[in-house]
Design a protein around this ligand. Structure first.
Ligand code: SF4
Length: 362
């Protein structure tokens, strides 16, 4: 059996106030489990887990987070552990040798959220006066410690302006980090928020082409764009060998598919729950008719595009990805399919539909 890549939010706590936050609502509505529950789940299911990425909320706020990652590393060193942080990691470990040593020995790589390279904009956007400094200090520490690091930004119109992209690549270069783009998903229950952050097809395609020309593409782990722009066969692992655990222990098929219909089915408190997980909708969903009728050259591998985008935009897997070029009357894109080298470089690669880039080597 293929092992799972697990995204796990241990806590509802977060010291930011991001308007777009994917988990804000869910975090308000659910209670947390204790470290005893987390340990029991790992003890029962460790042999079915390949990687854990701790995200959702700011896990580093909790002392128990450090205790837990130490427990996992000590008892199950074969599990790769990574963290997504808003930069608070540095604040927690800078004057605490015990926590610093745990982070050093237990965390294999870190994603640092940085949406704007401009300090004022980032602080305002994330809702905190020191967020930018935290992010930069964390990146510097990771570089000094020789840890794999990635700057991750949410893709919406404002963050995808060329000046911001260039400046983010500059910070990535200074800190020996990769850059990762997560295209905004309309997970928010407030329509105006979704409308504000959904990036247009034109902006997205222009940004990808700009990055491909000026920087290096490491991986397009997105079943639509990966298969459009590379000759690697990308698959969508949502709900198949990739799952998300919410702070109350509910197991969902994806970071973005966390509404009521995906929750309350499986919970980590159920004994040996990983043997029971089954999200049948994602096993072999039918290819949308519109794809089969489009003379699409990648239909056998793209198969309609990214599952979560199809569900979030259309509420069904029977319709194709909203960013499909055919859906946007841009058949020229088919002519532009390029061959780009790819190698597995990060835990996040294969765990959710996302894209990695880096500066060109001199
Ligand atoms: S037509 Fe369907 S299979 Fe082809 S690129 Fe668009 S979404 Fe993918």
């Amino acid at each position: 059996m293929e092992k799972y890549n697990v995204g796990w939010g241990l806590t509802n706590l977060c010291n930011m106030n991001c308007e777009f936050c994917y988990s804000k609502q869910t975090r308000k509505e659910t209670s947390e489990l204790s470290i005893t529950d987390w340990k029991k789940f790992i003890d029962e299911n460790y042999d079915k887990i390949q990687t854990i990425n701790y995200g959702t909320g700011e896990n580093t706020i909790l002392d128990e987070f450090f205790e837990f990652i130490h427990y996992v590393r000590t008892n199950y060193p074969e599990i790769t552990q990574s963290l997504t942080t808003n930069g608070y990691l540095y604040e927690r470990v800078k004057n605490n040798k015990k926590l610093y040593d745990i982070y050093k020995s237990s965390i294999d790589e870190v994603d640092v959220s940085l949406d704007f390279a401009d300090k004022e904009k980032h602080n305002k956007f994330r809702g905190g006066r020191f967020v930018y400094d935290w992010a930069i200090n964390t990146l510097k520490m990771l570089n000094k410690d020789g840890k794999k690091s990635t700057i991750v930004f949410v893709g919406f119109e404002e963050t995808m302006k060329k000046e911001n992209i260039d400046a983010l690549f500059k910070i990535a270069k200074e800190n020996n980090a990769l850059l990762r783009l997560n295209i905004y998903r309309p997970v928010n229950k407030i329509k105006e928020v979704n409308d504000r952050y959904i990036v247009s097809y034109e902006t997205l395609i222009n940004t990808l082409e700009y990055i491909a020309e000026n920087y290096s593409v490491v991986s397009l782990n997105d079943v639509l764009f990966g298969n459009m722009y590379t000759n690697n066969k990308e698959v969508d692992n949502t709900g198949v060998n990739s799952i998300r655990i919410l702070p109350n222990g509910d197991i969902c098929p994806s970071t973005y598919l966390i509404s009521d219909e995906y929750r309350n089915k499986y919970n980590i408190k159920t004994p040996n729950v990983m043997n029971k997980i089954d999200f049948p909708n994602f096993k072999e969903p039918p290819i949308p008719e519109e794809c089969l009728n489009s003379n699409c050259s990648i239909v056998d591998i793209c198969k309609g595009g990214v599952y979560d985008r199809r569900l979030l935009w259309n509420n069904t897997l029977e319709k194709r990805d909203p960013y499909c070029p055919f859906e946007n009357n841009d058949t020229d894109q088919k002519e532009k399919i390029k061959t780009l080298k790819r190698k597995r470089v990060s835990v996040h690669d294969g765990y959710l539909p996302t894209m990695f880039f880096k500066n060109k080597e001199n």
